[in-house]
Design a protein. Sequence first.
Length: 116
Amino acid sequence: MDATKKKLLLAVIQSDDYLDTVDDLNRAGFFATILSSTGGFLKKRSMTLMIGVEEAQMQTALDILKRCAGRRKQMTYSNLSMSAGGPTPSVPMMPVQMDVGGVVVFIMDLDDIQKY
């Protein structure tokens, strides 16, 4: 068994962010097992990435997760005049800046990682 300390990162990201995130992780030499999951609060589809890393490489993986899947501002268009029946067609759509993305990372110590 290798004496190098190992960590398991469980990263819960929005499904929209997972392709770019996994691609960047792979390019940096990290491998991820991808689990489809659903958020408990908003009931939105998400992805949970299981990433085994050596402790010395953990910050690199965390930086990729933050850059690719972290919370950020995005411009979208919305009908700000919402009535009980939904949007009013005569009111034009207005640009609105929204928070999108977001990643939650659980970091756990591992005794060992074995690949066969």
